[in-house]
Design a protein around this ligand. Structure first.
Ligand code: GUN
Length: 286
């Protein structure tokens, strides 16, 4: 049976050290502040945003919650971001995705000042990730790297397979694994003989958005399997992209859903916000 990778435990220890850092910053008059913008009423997004807000409060970060109606125009949203860009009290800006269809995500992300880009979604942040010269770490992939580190899984030289090529997870995940000297393959909907590829993986990262997509026959004996998916099942329960029950009989280590990657994403967001606050303060001094 696979050992469980406990994202709750690891994320709690990261949040505790963020809280210590925030306390010290506040004693020096710096109050790390994160603005989170939610447009529309997507219920899943509302839950994610609430969890981000809770983590801010727990770590002492000041959350600024901006909720806009789904009819908000693109130019209204861009003006709001502009206002937050110019506000020196705001250190991080996060626009929850997806946005309503009439708003261009690319335009909105490009508007965020890269110095406040705590999601690491702007062209500047992505370029830095490609070069391995991080300022902000992409939250979900960075959270996964922390889990691998915590469980002493050395990526160097390992066969790493990522299923999914999104800009948020798949692509930056592949880059972080590559920067850690893994041998990386990215699979997607057009990949032929998917299970032949996934069976090569020592480390398998699954981010496809389809419940229980990866089954035991797709996994090598002893592989480390990381499940990024969060899918709501007809019975209301959450399930990952990995068929947990069958895969746990072949994997050596496996993340659960919930309680695996999800809490790590939020913990890394808190780290990025503190980093942004410290850098803004140091730039002011210089
Ligand atoms: N929607 C789903 N995941 C994310 C994320 O990590 N950041 C933002 N801004 N939106 C998301």
């Amino acid at each position: 049976m696979a050992k469980i990778i406990d994202g709750k435990l690891v994320s709690a220890s990261i949040r505790a050290s963020v809280a210590d850092e925030v306390k010290a910053l506040r004693e020096n008059g710096i109050c790390p502040t994160l603005a989170v913008i939610l447009v529309g009423d997507d219920p899943a997004s509302a839950v994610y945003v609430r969890n981000k807000q809770k983590a801010c409060i727990e770590t002492g970060i000041e959350p600024i919650q901006i909720t806009l109606p789904k009819e908000t125009t693109e130019s209204e949203l861009l003006s709001k971001i502009d206002e937050l860009n110019r506000d020196s009290k705001i250190h991080g800006i996060l626009v929850q995705l997806p946005l309503p269809e009439h708003i261009s995500e690319e335009k909105v992300i490009s508007k965020i000042n890269p110095e406040k880009d705590v999601d690491a979604f702007t062209h500047e942040s992505v370029g830095r990730i490609v070069e391995g010269k991080y300022s902000f770490l992409p939250c979900t992939p960075a959270g996964i790297m922390k889990l691998l580190e915590y469980y002493e899984i050395d990526v160097a030289g390992k066969e790493c397979v990522v299923i999914g090529r999104s800009n948020i997870v798949g692509k930056p995940m592949a880059l972080l694994l590559l920067n850690a000297s893994g041998t990386v393959t990215v699979c997607h909907s057009k990949t032929k003989n998917l299970s032949e590829v996934t069976k090569r993986a020592d480390i398998l990262i699954v981010a496809v958005g389809k419940a229980k997509f990866v089954t035991a026959d797709m996994v090598k004996e002893g592989a480390v399997v990381v499940d990024v998916g969060i899918n709501r099942m007809p019975d209301g329960k959450l399930a990952g992209d990995v068929d947990f029950d069958s895969v746990s009989s072949v994997a050596s280590l496996l993340t659960p859903v919930p309680g695996g990657v999800g809490p790590m994403t939020i913990a890394m967001l808190m780290c990025n916000t503190v980093f942004a606050a410290k850098r803004a303060h140091n730039n002011k001094k210089a």
